[in-house]
Structure formats: C-alpha cells, structure tokens
Design a protein around this ligand. Structure first.
Ligand code: HAM
Length: 430
C-alpha cells in the first residue's frame, strides 16, 4: 500500500501543489515573514514550546469538558506510561512555560508570539485540519482595556498587511466570575423548559457548562439561543466598564466591530473580552482568528496572579482567504543567477562560479542535469531564479556571457568575474 500523509494533514511544497495554491511553501514564508515583522513592531517576542505536553496541562488549562480536550486531543502514553497530548493550542503551553521559567521575575509586562503546528482530531474538511498552524500572541501583565485593544489591533494589522478584505470583528464580554455565575442562572432558567428540544450535545452541556450552548452549531439550538437573555445584561459594573473601555479604544483606533453577545468561545479559560474575526470566503469554517482575556490561567498553573489576553489565527485559513481573494504576494527570491553549462567543461566552470558566488553571499545555482538549454531554463524558473546565464566554450574563452533576466527576458553581457556579479547583486538589493 502506498503510504500517504495522515488524514487531515497536508504537505507544504515548493511547487506542484496544483489547485491547492495555499500549500506552496513560498507563500507560507511570505506570510510568516510579515507576521514576524508585525509582531516585532508591536513589541512581541517569540516563544517556542514543545509540540507535546503532559495531558493534564490541557485538562486543567483548556478545560476537561471542552470539545477540544474531551474529543479532539491526540493523546498517548510515552514509554514510561505518562499521559501526553499533542498540543491543541498554544495558550496553555505558553502559561506553563511562563510559570516554569519564572519569567515574571524579568518584569511586570510580557508579550509573546508563536507560530507553529497544533493538533486537533476533528473531522477534516476545507479549513479544518488535524494538524493546523497558528500564529498566536499572549500578553501578560496589563489588565486594562488597552492591552485587549492592542492585541485586536495587531491581529487586524497583520490581516491588513497581508491584504485580506471583508473581515468582520465580533466582540463580546463573558464578564468576570460574578457576572458569569449570575448569567449562568438566568440562562439555565431560560433553557430549562426547552431542554428536551436541545441537541444531544447541548443537553450534556446544559448539565456541565450551559454557556457553551450559545456556541452550538445545531440549527435548533441556534434558534432557541436567539432569544436567550444576553450576558451583557449580567455584567458586574467593573466588567461592564472594562468592556465599554475596550470598545471605546477600538473605535478610537478606527476598528469596526460588531457586539455579538452569543460569542462564548470553546475554551474554558476566558473571562471579560472575547472576540472572533470572521470571513465569508471560507465556507463553513468562517472564523479566521479568535481570542480573548484569560486573567486566571497563569495563577491556575501555580504562577503569579497576572492578567492575560491573546489571540490565535489559523494560517491555513489566512492563506486560503488570500488565495480566494487573489491577494498579491511575493515569493521569496530564489537564486540570483542560475548557471547553465553547455557541455562537460563548462559544467566545472559553472560549478566553480556558483561556489564563488555563494562565498560572496550571492544566491546561485547550477544546472547539473539538463542537456538542453530549454529544459534548463524551465528548471531555473521553477527554482525562482532571477537570472540565468548560459556558459559554453565561447563564453569560457571570452570570459564573458549573457545574463538574462527571466521575468523580463532582458539580456546584458557581463564579464564572468565575481566582482561584476557582486556589483550587479548589490545594485539589485540596494
Ligand atoms: P481557537 O479559536 O481554538 O483559539 O483557535 C484559533 C484559530 O485557529 C481559529 O480561529 C482557526 O483560525 C484556527 N483553527 C482552530 N482549529 C483549527 C483546525 N482544526 N483547522 C484549521 N484551523 C484551525 C485558540 O486556540 C486560543 N488558544 C486562542 C487564544 C490565544 N486565546 C487567547 N490567546
């Protein structure tokens, strides 16, 4: 049997992705470079945590009754019988690392970002994978509304920079513990007479975590929930003040948003602000990024009582929206010169010229296979080369050759001195 990538996973390839253009590695590099630059402009520093952790971390952090933990984790026993899980998200791991390394001793405010694979055993479909990739940020310290507004602003800054259009920000507050306790009672009162008409899943949620019913995708549940009391009416004065202040700041930043009191999010750690960014270009999986405040999580892992807020955006969804919207992007530059030898003697000359180029930090490649110029040029194009340079006996004798720009087909004669190539390369990267 031919071995294939596991269901719900995919390869990111330099070429040959067919219709699935979002899977080309050049596009991923382009997007990741912009993300890194944007995160740095906002003062976020990179954190990298393991892709697997003790299962208990997610049980305690994300919540045992959430779908992510109860149904979707890849869990296994290591050879010492310890229960481990592939990380389904990055917030719990970041909090664990923060506590484990006593990072609170390094100051009172901390801003982290990460890019990496996450694993959820979901039913795969377009925009939903068993291995997906997230860009996420987590900001610890400031508990005020400015930090909430900053992370939302950063997320939209990245989307804007990437050229994404027609996105809608939905925002809500799930309040503090007091607000939620009061709201939970009100929601239970409202749902009680209708429990039997709720979906099976929501009937379980009714017992364990009724707020999650607001999140149900079942059409009948959705209908019922439409008329449920609004959590925003149950916010304590402090929670209400915080939420209004966040909305006020978003307005000042020129960010359009919709207050959507049905957003509760599928992870247990949230309090106060929660938000989602939606797109119409992805079909059923219309949430491109999401996050919120989670003030109690770090303390829950025996760390300091430090407020926190963050988001994550799925890179697959970002790239798919880019492709759907035909957003322009630039592939990272390939070799500056692609040398094409005519004959075996020229092969050595080209090989050595390319080696000299690399010593001078000029990206260069050599055609070592094709016997004819046509296929060699095709290889140069596929490699993303800027120029090709065909060298045969004549060129070797003269010490000069034609440099052809592949995109424009413009030709110029150059000497085969490395100094000349250095000059040309310096002019290009000026
Ligand atoms: P989340 O909403 O579970 O939040 O995931 C964040 C984003 O990851 C989603 O909006 C979506 O774009 C993407 N995503 C999730 N699951 C999949 C999947 N199976 N396939 C493709 N993309 C997916 C979190 O993970 C929180 N940790 C976000 C956060 C950070 N909150 C505070 N800080």
């Amino acid at each position: 049997m031919k071995i294939q990538a596991p269901k719900g996973t995919f390869d990111i390839l330099p070429y040959g992705c067919g219709e699935e253009t979002w899977r080309q590695s050049g596009l991923w590099q382009y997007v990741e470079a912009i993300i890194r630059q944007a995160a740095s402009e906002y003062g976020y520093l990179e954190i990298r945590t393991p892709i697997y952790e003790r299962t208990e971390l997610f049980d305690r952090g994300v919540g045992e009754t959430t779908d992510i933990v109860s149904k979707e984790m890849f869990t296994f026993k290591d050879r010492s019988e310890r229960l481990m899980s592939l990380r389904p998200e990055g917030t719990a791991s970041t909090a664990r690392a923060f506590v484990e390394h006593n990072l609170s001793l390094h100051g009172s405010a901390h801003k982290f970002f990460y890019i990496g694979p996450m694993f959820r055993y979901e039913r795969p479909q377009s925009g939903r994978y068993r291995q997906h990739h997230q860009f996420g940020v987590e900001a610890y310290g400031p508990g005020g509304p400015e930090q909430d507004a900053e992370v939302i602003d950063l997320l939209l800054y990245v989307y804007r920079w990437l050229g994404l259009k027609n996105l809608t920000v939905h925002i809500n507050s799930v309040g503090d513990a007091d607000s939620r306790a009061k709201y939970r009672d009100a929601l239970v009162q409202y749902l009680k007479p209708h429990v039997s008409s709720l979906s099976e899943e929501s009937q379980v949620r009714f017992e364990k975590n009724p707020l999650r019913i607001l999140d149900s995708k079942d059409p009948k549940d959705k209908e019922l929930v439409q008329h449920a009391p609004s959590i925003l009416k149950y916010l304590t004065p402090e929670a209400e003040k915080h939420f209004h202040a966040v909305c006020h700041l978003l307005g000042k930043l020129g960010i359009d948003y919709v207050v959507n009191d049905k957003i509760v999010r599928g992870l247990d750690y949230y309090n106060q602000t929660v938000f989602e960014v939606l797109t119409n270009d992805l079909g059923a999986q219309n949430t491109i990024g999401a996050g919120g405040r989670y003030d109690g999580l770090v303390a829950q892992f025996d760390g300091p009582d430090i407020p926190a807020v963050g988001f994550a955006t799925g890179l697959e969804r970002v790239l798919q929206v880019m492709m759907a919207q035909q957003t322009p992007w630039n592939a990272p530059a390939g070799p500056f010169v692609y040398f094409i030898p005519l004959g075996d003697e020229a092969k050595e000359t080209c090989f050595l010229l390319a080696a000299q180029c690399r010593k001078a930090h000029i990206p260069a490649s050599v055609e070592l296979m094709a016997k004819k110029v046509g296929p060699a040029i095709q290889n140069a194009v596929r490699a993303g080369a800027v120029h090709c340079c065909v060298i045969g006996i004549d060129e070797m004798a003269k010490g000069r050759a034609v440099l052809k720009e592949l995109a424009t087909r413009q030709e110029s004669e150059i000497s085969l001195e490395i100094a000349e190539l250095e000059r040309l390369y310096a002019r290009r990267t000026d």
